[in-house]
Ligand binder design. Structure first.
Ligand SMILES: Cc1cc2nc3c(=O)[nH]c(=O)nc-3n(C[C@H](O)[C@H](O)[C@H](O)COP(=O)(O)OP(=O)(O)OC[C@H]3O[C@@H](n4cnc5c(N)ncnc54)[C@H](O)[C@@H]3O)c2cc1C
Length: 474
Protein backbone atom coordinates (compact mmCIF):
# COMPACT_ATOMS: atom_id res chain seq x y z
CA UNK A 1 0.00 0.00 0.00
CA UNK A 2 1.21 3.49 -0.72
CA UNK A 3 2.17 4.90 2.61
CA UNK A 4 2.17 8.54 1.62
CA UNK A 5 -1.40 8.71 0.53
CA UNK A 6 -2.85 6.07 2.77
CA UNK A 7 -3.84 7.32 6.18
CA UNK A 8 -2.00 10.55 5.59
CA UNK A 9 -3.77 13.20 7.57
CA UNK A 10 -6.09 10.68 9.23
CA UNK A 11 -4.92 12.45 12.32
CA UNK A 12 -5.87 15.87 11.08
CA UNK A 13 -9.17 14.81 9.55
CA UNK A 14 -10.79 14.20 12.85
CA UNK A 15 -7.93 15.03 15.16
CA UNK A 16 -9.17 18.55 15.58
CA UNK A 17 -12.41 17.30 17.06
CA UNK A 18 -10.71 14.78 19.25
CA UNK A 19 -7.72 16.65 20.40
CA UNK A 20 -9.34 18.55 23.20
CA UNK A 21 -10.73 15.40 24.70
CA UNK A 22 -7.69 13.22 24.04
CA UNK A 23 -6.18 11.67 27.11
CA UNK A 24 -2.40 11.81 27.53
CA UNK A 25 -0.61 8.74 26.14
CA UNK A 26 -0.49 6.77 29.39
CA UNK A 27 1.29 3.45 29.33
CA UNK A 28 -1.71 1.17 29.57
CA UNK A 29 -0.97 -2.27 28.17
CA UNK A 30 -3.45 -4.86 27.03
CA UNK A 31 -1.94 -7.65 29.12
CA UNK A 32 -3.91 -10.41 27.47
CA UNK A 33 -3.56 -9.46 23.81
CA UNK A 34 -3.77 -12.48 21.51
CA UNK A 35 -2.41 -12.80 17.96
CA UNK A 36 -3.66 -14.54 14.83
CA UNK A 37 -1.60 -17.53 13.64
CA UNK A 38 0.88 -17.13 10.81
CA UNK A 39 -0.66 -19.11 7.94
CA UNK A 40 1.59 -17.71 5.25
CA UNK A 41 3.24 -19.63 2.44
CA UNK A 42 6.59 -18.80 4.05
CA UNK A 43 5.55 -20.40 7.37
CA UNK A 44 6.27 -23.89 5.97
CA UNK A 45 9.94 -23.17 6.58
CA UNK A 46 9.75 -22.40 10.30
CA UNK A 47 12.38 -24.07 12.49
CA UNK A 48 11.67 -25.72 15.82
CA UNK A 49 10.42 -23.29 18.44
CA UNK A 50 12.78 -22.44 21.35
CA UNK A 51 11.67 -22.97 24.95
CA UNK A 52 9.89 -20.14 26.75
CA UNK A 53 11.33 -18.23 29.72
CA UNK A 54 10.75 -20.15 32.95
CA UNK A 55 12.64 -18.13 35.59
CA UNK A 56 13.34 -14.57 36.69
CA UNK A 57 16.48 -13.20 35.05
CA UNK A 58 18.64 -10.06 34.82
CA UNK A 59 20.16 -9.00 31.50
CA UNK A 60 21.90 -6.05 29.86
CA UNK A 61 19.46 -5.74 26.99
CA UNK A 62 16.05 -7.32 26.47
CA UNK A 63 14.54 -7.06 23.00
CA UNK A 64 10.77 -7.38 22.76
CA UNK A 65 9.69 -8.99 19.48
CA UNK A 66 11.47 -11.44 17.21
CA UNK A 67 10.83 -10.03 13.74
CA UNK A 68 13.57 -8.55 11.57
CA UNK A 69 13.90 -5.49 13.85
CA UNK A 70 14.39 -7.57 16.98
CA UNK A 71 16.64 -10.20 15.40
CA UNK A 72 18.76 -7.63 13.60
CA UNK A 73 19.13 -5.56 16.80
CA UNK A 74 20.28 -8.66 18.68
CA UNK A 75 22.70 -9.74 15.95
CA UNK A 76 24.28 -6.30 15.63
CA UNK A 77 24.45 -5.75 19.40
CA UNK A 78 26.49 -8.92 19.86
CA UNK A 79 28.54 -8.23 16.76
CA UNK A 80 29.53 -4.79 18.05
CA UNK A 81 29.96 -5.85 21.68
CA UNK A 82 30.23 -9.61 22.35
CA UNK A 83 30.26 -8.98 26.12
CA UNK A 84 26.66 -7.76 26.20
CA UNK A 85 24.09 -10.10 27.65
CA UNK A 86 21.26 -9.89 25.08
CA UNK A 87 17.94 -11.73 24.98
CA UNK A 88 14.91 -11.69 22.70
CA UNK A 89 11.44 -12.20 24.12
CA UNK A 90 9.04 -13.30 21.40
CA UNK A 91 5.34 -13.81 22.17
CA UNK A 92 4.92 -16.65 19.64
CA UNK A 93 7.84 -17.68 17.44
CA UNK A 94 10.36 -15.52 15.65
CA UNK A 95 8.86 -14.45 12.34
CA UNK A 96 5.33 -14.71 13.67
CA UNK A 97 4.55 -11.13 12.65
CA UNK A 98 4.94 -9.18 9.44
CA UNK A 99 8.52 -10.42 8.96
CA UNK A 100 7.15 -13.91 8.38
CA UNK A 101 4.17 -12.83 6.29
CA UNK A 102 5.26 -10.14 3.86
CA UNK A 103 5.21 -9.92 0.07
CA UNK A 104 8.88 -10.81 -0.41
CA UNK A 105 10.06 -7.48 -1.82
CA UNK A 106 13.38 -6.08 -0.62
CA UNK A 107 13.25 -2.34 -1.22
CA UNK A 108 15.73 0.49 -0.82
CA UNK A 109 14.51 3.94 0.29
CA UNK A 110 12.55 4.65 3.46
CA UNK A 111 8.77 4.92 2.98
CA UNK A 112 8.90 8.69 3.40
CA UNK A 113 11.34 9.05 0.51
CA UNK A 114 9.95 6.40 -1.80
CA UNK A 115 10.11 8.04 -5.26
CA UNK A 116 9.49 11.32 -3.56
CA UNK A 117 11.87 13.94 -2.23
CA UNK A 118 10.47 14.64 1.21
CA UNK A 119 12.50 17.75 1.97
CA UNK A 120 12.60 19.56 -1.37
CA UNK A 121 14.75 22.32 0.14
CA UNK A 122 17.37 19.72 0.95
CA UNK A 123 17.31 16.99 -1.76
CA UNK A 124 20.68 15.67 -0.71
CA UNK A 125 18.94 14.14 2.32
CA UNK A 126 17.02 12.01 -0.17
CA UNK A 127 20.23 10.71 -1.68
CA UNK A 128 21.80 10.14 1.75
CA UNK A 129 18.91 8.08 3.05
CA UNK A 130 18.86 6.12 -0.24
CA UNK A 131 22.58 5.35 0.13
CA UNK A 132 22.11 4.18 3.71
CA UNK A 133 19.34 1.81 2.65
CA UNK A 134 21.42 0.48 -0.27
CA UNK A 135 24.38 -0.06 2.05
CA UNK A 136 22.01 -2.02 4.24
CA UNK A 137 21.02 -4.29 1.34
CA UNK A 138 24.71 -5.01 0.85
CA UNK A 139 24.98 -5.91 4.54
CA UNK A 140 22.08 -8.33 4.12
CA UNK A 141 23.89 -9.89 1.15
CA UNK A 142 27.08 -10.27 3.20
CA UNK A 143 25.26 -11.77 6.16
CA UNK A 144 23.43 -14.28 3.97
CA UNK A 145 26.67 -15.24 2.18
CA UNK A 146 28.52 -15.65 5.49
CA UNK A 147 25.75 -17.80 6.95
CA UNK A 148 26.15 -20.32 4.13
CA UNK A 149 22.35 -20.63 4.19
CA UNK A 150 19.88 -19.86 1.47
CA UNK A 151 16.95 -17.42 1.57
CA UNK A 152 16.20 -17.13 -2.18
CA UNK A 153 17.85 -13.71 -2.09
CA UNK A 154 17.77 -11.77 -5.38
CA UNK A 155 19.27 -8.30 -5.63
CA UNK A 156 19.12 -7.38 -9.29
CA UNK A 157 16.62 -4.59 -8.76
CA UNK A 158 12.89 -3.98 -9.03
CA UNK A 159 10.43 -1.71 -10.84
CA UNK A 160 7.93 0.82 -9.66
CA UNK A 161 5.21 0.72 -12.32
CA UNK A 162 3.11 3.71 -13.31
CA UNK A 163 -0.53 3.27 -14.23
CA UNK A 164 -1.68 6.72 -15.27
CA UNK A 165 -0.15 8.59 -18.20
CA UNK A 166 -0.58 11.85 -16.37
CA UNK A 167 1.96 10.69 -13.75
CA UNK A 168 4.71 10.12 -16.30
CA UNK A 169 5.99 13.70 -16.24
CA UNK A 170 6.39 13.56 -12.45
CA UNK A 171 8.42 10.34 -12.54
CA UNK A 172 10.58 11.48 -15.49
CA UNK A 173 11.45 14.63 -13.61
CA UNK A 174 12.06 12.68 -10.42
CA UNK A 175 14.51 10.32 -12.17
CA UNK A 176 16.34 13.25 -13.78
CA UNK A 177 16.70 14.94 -10.39
CA UNK A 178 17.94 11.87 -8.53
CA UNK A 179 20.35 10.92 -11.34
CA UNK A 180 21.99 14.29 -10.76
CA UNK A 181 22.26 13.37 -7.08
CA UNK A 182 24.05 10.16 -8.12
CA UNK A 183 21.19 7.68 -7.72
CA UNK A 184 21.22 4.99 -10.44
CA UNK A 185 17.47 4.88 -11.21
CA UNK A 186 16.20 4.55 -14.79
CA UNK A 187 12.95 5.75 -16.36
CA UNK A 188 11.49 3.04 -18.62
CA UNK A 189 8.83 3.96 -21.17
CA UNK A 190 5.78 1.82 -21.96
CA UNK A 191 7.62 -0.47 -24.41
CA UNK A 192 10.61 -1.01 -22.12
CA UNK A 193 8.26 -1.74 -19.24
CA UNK A 194 6.20 -4.24 -21.17
CA UNK A 195 9.35 -5.91 -22.55
CA UNK A 196 10.69 -6.37 -19.00
CA UNK A 197 7.46 -7.26 -17.20
CA UNK A 198 5.39 -8.87 -19.95
CA UNK A 199 2.31 -6.78 -19.32
CA UNK A 200 0.96 -3.95 -21.42
CA UNK A 201 -0.99 -2.57 -18.53
CA UNK A 202 1.45 0.12 -17.43
CA UNK A 203 2.22 3.50 -18.99
CA UNK A 204 5.84 3.42 -17.81
CA UNK A 205 8.00 2.43 -14.86
CA UNK A 206 11.07 3.36 -12.87
CA UNK A 207 13.76 0.71 -12.56
CA UNK A 208 15.98 0.69 -9.51
CA UNK A 209 18.97 -1.68 -9.81
CA UNK A 210 19.14 -1.92 -6.01
CA UNK A 211 16.56 -4.07 -4.26
CA UNK A 212 15.00 -7.41 -5.12
CA UNK A 213 13.31 -10.16 -3.17
CA UNK A 214 13.80 -12.85 -0.55
CA UNK A 215 12.03 -15.69 1.27
CA UNK A 216 10.53 -14.18 4.43
CA UNK A 217 10.99 -17.07 6.86
CA UNK A 218 14.22 -18.45 5.41
CA UNK A 219 15.71 -15.03 6.14
CA UNK A 220 14.26 -15.19 9.67
CA UNK A 221 15.99 -18.55 10.12
CA UNK A 222 19.32 -17.10 9.02
CA UNK A 223 18.97 -14.23 11.47
CA UNK A 224 17.90 -16.54 14.28
CA UNK A 225 20.84 -18.89 13.77
CA UNK A 226 23.39 -16.11 13.33
CA UNK A 227 22.21 -14.26 16.44
CA UNK A 228 22.19 -17.47 18.51
CA UNK A 229 25.67 -18.39 17.25
CA UNK A 230 26.86 -15.06 18.64
CA UNK A 231 25.32 -15.88 22.03
CA UNK A 232 21.90 -14.23 21.90
CA UNK A 233 19.30 -16.18 23.86
CA UNK A 234 15.91 -16.25 22.18
CA UNK A 235 12.89 -17.12 24.28
CA UNK A 236 9.85 -18.00 22.18
CA UNK A 237 6.27 -18.28 23.43
CA UNK A 238 7.37 -15.60 25.90
CA UNK A 239 5.01 -12.68 25.76
CA UNK A 240 5.83 -9.40 27.44
CA UNK A 241 2.66 -8.35 29.26
CA UNK A 242 3.94 -5.23 30.97
CA UNK A 243 6.88 -2.86 30.99
CA UNK A 244 7.71 -1.14 34.28
CA UNK A 245 10.01 1.79 33.55
CA UNK A 246 12.89 2.73 35.84
CA UNK A 247 16.65 2.95 35.97
CA UNK A 248 16.37 -0.81 35.55
CA UNK A 249 13.35 -1.91 33.58
CA UNK A 250 11.15 -4.78 34.72
CA UNK A 251 9.28 -6.85 32.17
CA UNK A 252 6.48 -9.22 33.09
CA UNK A 253 6.59 -12.36 30.93
CA UNK A 254 3.62 -14.71 30.41
CA UNK A 255 2.10 -13.11 33.53
CA UNK A 256 4.56 -15.24 35.56
CA UNK A 257 8.24 -14.35 35.27
CA UNK A 258 10.28 -11.19 35.51
CA UNK A 259 13.12 -9.92 33.32
CA UNK A 260 15.13 -7.03 34.71
CA UNK A 261 17.06 -5.19 32.00
CA UNK A 262 19.35 -2.16 31.87
CA UNK A 263 17.96 -1.33 28.45
CA UNK A 264 15.12 -2.62 26.32
CA UNK A 265 14.35 -2.43 22.61
CA UNK A 266 10.71 -2.30 21.57
CA UNK A 267 10.61 -4.23 18.28
CA UNK A 268 6.93 -5.09 18.17
CA UNK A 269 5.90 -2.99 15.14
CA UNK A 270 2.12 -3.15 14.56
CA UNK A 271 1.58 -4.88 17.92
CA UNK A 272 3.24 -2.08 19.89
CA UNK A 273 0.17 -0.19 21.06
CA UNK A 274 -0.92 -3.32 22.97
CA UNK A 275 2.14 -2.71 25.16
CA UNK A 276 0.77 0.77 25.80
CA UNK A 277 3.35 2.63 23.70
CA UNK A 278 2.90 4.87 20.63
CA UNK A 279 -0.89 4.76 20.94
CA UNK A 280 -1.30 8.18 19.35
CA UNK A 281 1.35 7.65 16.67
CA UNK A 282 0.72 4.31 15.02
CA UNK A 283 -2.15 2.33 13.60
CA UNK A 284 -2.17 -1.42 12.84
CA UNK A 285 -3.58 -2.19 9.40
CA UNK A 286 -4.56 -5.61 8.04
CA UNK A 287 -3.11 -6.43 4.60
CA UNK A 288 -3.13 -9.62 2.58
CA UNK A 289 -0.74 -11.48 0.29
CA UNK A 290 -1.30 -14.61 -1.82
CA UNK A 291 0.80 -17.12 -3.71
CA UNK A 292 -0.01 -19.05 -6.88
CA UNK A 293 0.84 -22.64 -7.61
CA UNK A 294 4.08 -22.96 -9.61
CA UNK A 295 3.49 -21.85 -13.20
CA UNK A 296 4.30 -24.28 -16.00
CA UNK A 297 7.07 -23.42 -18.48
CA UNK A 298 4.35 -22.72 -21.04
CA UNK A 299 2.57 -20.28 -18.73
CA UNK A 300 5.85 -18.53 -17.98
CA UNK A 301 6.59 -18.20 -21.69
CA UNK A 302 3.11 -16.89 -22.53
CA UNK A 303 3.28 -14.38 -19.71
CA UNK A 304 6.49 -12.83 -21.04
CA UNK A 305 7.78 -11.52 -17.67
CA UNK A 306 11.26 -11.73 -19.19
CA UNK A 307 13.24 -9.78 -16.63
CA UNK A 308 11.57 -11.60 -13.71
CA UNK A 309 12.03 -8.34 -11.77
CA UNK A 310 9.67 -7.78 -8.84
CA UNK A 311 7.45 -4.73 -9.10
CA UNK A 312 4.82 -2.66 -7.36
CA UNK A 313 2.44 -0.17 -8.88
CA UNK A 314 1.48 3.45 -8.33
CA UNK A 315 -1.91 2.97 -6.69
CA UNK A 316 -2.76 4.16 -3.20
CA UNK A 317 -3.47 0.53 -2.30
CA UNK A 318 -0.59 -0.68 -4.39
CA UNK A 319 -0.28 -4.18 -5.83
CA UNK A 320 3.11 -5.90 -5.41
CA UNK A 321 4.33 -8.93 -7.33
CA UNK A 322 7.32 -11.23 -7.10
CA UNK A 323 8.04 -14.07 -9.57
CA UNK A 324 10.01 -16.65 -7.62
CA UNK A 325 12.60 -19.04 -9.03
CA UNK A 326 10.18 -21.90 -8.36
CA UNK A 327 7.77 -20.09 -10.78
CA UNK A 328 5.25 -19.17 -8.09
CA UNK A 329 3.94 -15.61 -8.12
CA UNK A 330 3.64 -13.87 -4.77
CA UNK A 331 1.07 -11.10 -5.13
CA UNK A 332 -0.47 -8.81 -2.55
CA UNK A 333 -2.03 -5.45 -1.86
CA UNK A 334 -5.01 -3.83 -3.54
CA UNK A 335 -6.86 -3.53 -0.26
CA UNK A 336 -6.30 -3.06 3.48
CA UNK A 337 -8.41 -2.59 6.60
CA UNK A 338 -8.22 -0.95 9.95
CA UNK A 339 -10.23 -2.65 12.70
CA UNK A 340 -11.93 -0.69 15.47
CA UNK A 341 -9.78 -0.22 18.60
CA UNK A 342 -6.67 -1.37 16.74
CA UNK A 343 -7.96 -4.93 16.84
CA UNK A 344 -5.12 -7.26 15.87
CA UNK A 345 -7.48 -10.03 14.75
CA UNK A 346 -8.46 -10.16 11.11
CA UNK A 347 -12.19 -10.46 10.60
CA UNK A 348 -12.34 -10.00 6.81
CA UNK A 349 -13.11 -12.63 4.19
CA UNK A 350 -9.90 -14.00 2.64
CA UNK A 351 -11.91 -15.69 -0.15
CA UNK A 352 -13.17 -12.31 -1.31
CA UNK A 353 -9.65 -10.89 -1.18
CA UNK A 354 -8.43 -13.84 -3.22
CA UNK A 355 -11.08 -13.16 -5.88
CA UNK A 356 -9.88 -9.56 -6.09
CA UNK A 357 -6.25 -10.70 -6.26
CA UNK A 358 -7.02 -13.13 -9.12
CA UNK A 359 -8.76 -10.34 -10.99
CA UNK A 360 -5.75 -8.07 -10.57
CA UNK A 361 -3.33 -10.75 -11.73
CA UNK A 362 -5.34 -11.55 -14.84
CA UNK A 363 -5.75 -7.86 -15.58
CA UNK A 364 -1.97 -7.78 -15.88
CA UNK A 365 -1.53 -11.20 -17.46
CA UNK A 366 -4.71 -12.31 -19.28
CA UNK A 367 -3.00 -15.60 -20.22
CA UNK A 368 -3.14 -16.58 -16.53
CA UNK A 369 -6.94 -16.70 -16.41
CA UNK A 370 -6.94 -20.30 -15.18
CA UNK A 371 -4.19 -19.81 -12.65
CA UNK A 372 -4.62 -21.60 -9.34
CA UNK A 373 -3.61 -20.17 -5.99
CA UNK A 374 -1.97 -22.10 -3.19
CA UNK A 375 -2.47 -19.79 -0.27
CA UNK A 376 -3.62 -16.38 0.95
CA UNK A 377 -2.87 -14.89 4.34
CA UNK A 378 -3.25 -11.77 6.43
CA UNK A 379 -0.61 -9.72 8.21
CA UNK A 380 -0.33 -6.47 10.11
CA UNK A 381 1.28 -3.33 8.76
CA UNK A 382 2.27 -0.55 11.14
CA UNK A 383 1.33 2.84 9.68
CA UNK A 384 1.93 6.42 10.77
CA UNK A 385 0.01 9.43 9.49
CA UNK A 386 3.21 11.08 8.22
CA UNK A 387 4.84 7.95 6.69
CA UNK A 388 7.83 8.34 8.97
CA UNK A 389 9.05 5.15 10.68
CA UNK A 390 9.88 5.69 14.32
CA UNK A 391 13.34 5.03 15.75
CA UNK A 392 15.06 6.45 18.79
CA UNK A 393 15.17 6.30 22.55
CA UNK A 394 12.71 7.37 25.22
CA UNK A 395 11.95 7.12 28.94
CA UNK A 396 13.11 9.13 31.95
CA UNK A 397 16.36 7.12 32.01
CA UNK A 398 16.87 7.05 28.24
CA UNK A 399 16.88 3.28 28.27
CA UNK A 400 13.83 2.41 26.16
CA UNK A 401 14.89 2.08 22.53
CA UNK A 402 12.44 1.52 19.70
CA UNK A 403 12.35 0.84 15.95
CA UNK A 404 9.00 0.43 14.24
CA UNK A 405 6.30 1.69 11.87
CA UNK A 406 7.73 0.89 8.46
CA UNK A 407 4.49 1.81 6.69
CA UNK A 408 4.45 -1.38 4.63
CA UNK A 409 8.02 -1.05 3.38
CA UNK A 410 9.98 -2.65 6.17
CA UNK A 411 11.96 -5.69 5.05
CA UNK A 412 15.10 -3.69 4.42
CA UNK A 413 14.35 -0.86 6.86
CA UNK A 414 13.74 -3.16 9.85
CA UNK A 415 17.08 -4.89 9.37
CA UNK A 416 18.67 -1.46 9.11
CA UNK A 417 16.94 -0.12 12.22
CA UNK A 418 18.35 -3.06 14.21
CA UNK A 419 21.80 -1.97 13.06
CA UNK A 420 21.12 1.69 13.88
CA UNK A 421 19.91 0.89 17.41
CA UNK A 422 22.83 -1.45 18.10
CA UNK A 423 25.21 1.22 16.80
CA UNK A 424 23.71 3.97 18.95
CA UNK A 425 23.78 1.74 22.05
CA UNK A 426 27.46 0.99 21.39
CA UNK A 427 28.37 4.63 20.61
CA UNK A 428 29.17 3.65 17.05
CA UNK A 429 28.34 5.72 13.99
CA UNK A 430 25.76 4.36 11.60
CA UNK A 431 24.57 7.49 9.81
CA UNK A 432 20.82 7.22 10.24
CA UNK A 433 21.02 8.72 13.73
CA UNK A 434 22.21 11.94 12.09
CA UNK A 435 19.19 12.24 9.80
CA UNK A 436 16.03 14.12 10.66
CA UNK A 437 14.31 10.77 11.04
CA UNK A 438 16.04 9.76 14.28
CA UNK A 439 13.96 10.50 17.39
CA UNK A 440 11.43 12.05 15.05
CA UNK A 441 8.25 13.44 16.54
CA UNK A 442 6.22 15.90 14.57
CA UNK A 443 3.79 16.61 17.40
CA UNK A 444 0.25 17.32 16.29
CA UNK A 445 1.08 16.73 12.63
CA UNK A 446 1.54 13.05 13.29
CA UNK A 447 -1.12 12.71 15.97
CA UNK A 448 -3.60 9.88 15.52
CA UNK A 449 -6.69 10.48 17.66
CA UNK A 450 -8.32 7.87 19.92
CA UNK A 451 -11.51 5.96 19.11
CA UNK A 452 -14.06 6.47 17.72
CA UNK A 453 -12.39 9.32 15.79
CA UNK A 454 -9.51 7.07 14.73
CA UNK A 455 -11.81 4.49 13.18
CA UNK A 456 -14.01 7.16 11.60
CA UNK A 457 -11.05 9.07 10.15
CA UNK A 458 -9.26 6.03 8.77
CA UNK A 459 -12.48 4.53 7.36
CA UNK A 460 -13.30 7.75 5.52
CA UNK A 461 -9.81 8.12 4.13
CA UNK A 462 -9.60 4.49 3.10
CA UNK A 463 -12.92 4.75 1.25
CA UNK A 464 -11.72 7.92 -0.45
CA UNK A 465 -8.47 6.35 -1.68
CA UNK A 466 -10.17 3.10 -2.68
CA UNK A 467 -12.52 5.13 -4.87
CA UNK A 468 -9.56 7.00 -6.39
CA UNK A 469 -7.81 3.69 -7.12
CA UNK A 470 -10.94 2.29 -8.74
CA UNK A 471 -11.05 5.26 -11.09
CA UNK A 472 -7.34 4.82 -11.86
CA UNK A 473 -7.71 1.22 -13.00
CA UNK A 474 -11.06 1.57 -14.80
C1 LIG B 1 1.01 -8.63 4.16
C2 LIG B 1 2.29 -7.81 4.26
C3 LIG B 1 3.07 -7.63 3.14
C4 LIG B 1 4.27 -6.90 3.23
N1 LIG B 1 5.09 -6.83 2.15
C5 LIG B 1 6.27 -6.19 2.24
C6 LIG B 1 7.19 -6.22 1.17
O1 LIG B 1 6.98 -6.90 0.16
N2 LIG B 1 8.34 -5.50 1.30
C7 LIG B 1 8.63 -4.77 2.42
O2 LIG B 1 9.67 -4.11 2.47
N3 LIG B 1 7.79 -4.77 3.48
C8 LIG B 1 6.65 -5.48 3.44
N4 LIG B 1 5.83 -5.54 4.53
C9 LIG B 1 6.25 -4.87 5.78
C10 LIG B 1 7.32 -5.66 6.54
O3 LIG B 1 7.00 -7.03 6.54
C11 LIG B 1 7.43 -5.16 7.98
O4 LIG B 1 7.59 -3.76 7.98
C12 LIG B 1 8.59 -5.75 8.77
O5 LIG B 1 8.62 -7.15 8.61
C13 LIG B 1 8.46 -5.38 10.23
O6 LIG B 1 9.37 -6.13 11.01
P1 LIG B 1 9.35 -6.00 12.59
O7 LIG B 1 10.38 -6.94 13.11
O8 LIG B 1 9.48 -4.59 12.99
O9 LIG B 1 7.90 -6.45 13.03
P2 LIG B 1 7.22 -7.90 13.06
O10 LIG B 1 7.81 -8.79 12.06
O11 LIG B 1 5.76 -7.71 13.04
O12 LIG B 1 7.68 -8.47 14.46
C14 LIG B 1 7.10 -8.09 15.67
C15 LIG B 1 7.17 -9.31 16.58
O13 LIG B 1 6.83 -8.91 17.90
C16 LIG B 1 6.13 -9.98 18.50
N5 LIG B 1 5.39 -9.41 19.63
C17 LIG B 1 4.34 -8.57 19.57
N6 LIG B 1 3.94 -8.22 20.81
C18 LIG B 1 4.77 -8.86 21.67
C19 LIG B 1 4.87 -8.90 23.09
N7 LIG B 1 4.02 -8.24 23.86
N8 LIG B 1 5.85 -9.67 23.64
C20 LIG B 1 6.72 -10.34 22.86
N9 LIG B 1 6.66 -10.34 21.51
C21 LIG B 1 5.70 -9.61 20.93
C22 LIG B 1 5.25 -10.52 17.38
O14 LIG B 1 4.82 -11.83 17.63
C23 LIG B 1 6.19 -10.41 16.19
O15 LIG B 1 6.91 -11.60 15.95
C24 LIG B 1 4.64 -6.29 4.48
C25 LIG B 1 3.85 -6.47 5.60
C26 LIG B 1 2.68 -7.24 5.51
C27 LIG B 1 1.85 -7.44 6.74
Amino acid sequence: MNRRKFIKSAGYTVGGIAIASASSPLIFPDKNATFDPNNSFWANEFLLVNPSLKENIKVDIAIIGGGYTGLSSAYHLKKYNPNLNVIILEAKQVGHGASGRHGGMLLPQPPTESFEIYDTENPVLHQQTYELTVKNINKIKELVAQSGLDCDLKTDGYCHTIIEEEDIAYYKKYVETVNKLGMPLEFWNEDQTSEALGTEYYSASVYDPNGGSLHAVKFINILKKTAQDLGVIIYENSMVNEIVEGEKIDLLINNSFKVTASKIIIATNAYTSKLGYFKTRIIPVHAQTAVTKPLTDKQIEEMGWNSRLPFYDSRNYLMHLVLRDDNRIVIGGGDADYSFRSNLHYSGDLNKVLDMTKLELTRLYPSLKNIEFENIWNGLLCMTSDDVPRIGVKGKYNNIYFGLAYNGQGVNMSFMFGDVLASVINNKTHGWENTMYYNFDDGLNSYIPPEPFRWLGSSLLMKFYKRKDKKMIE
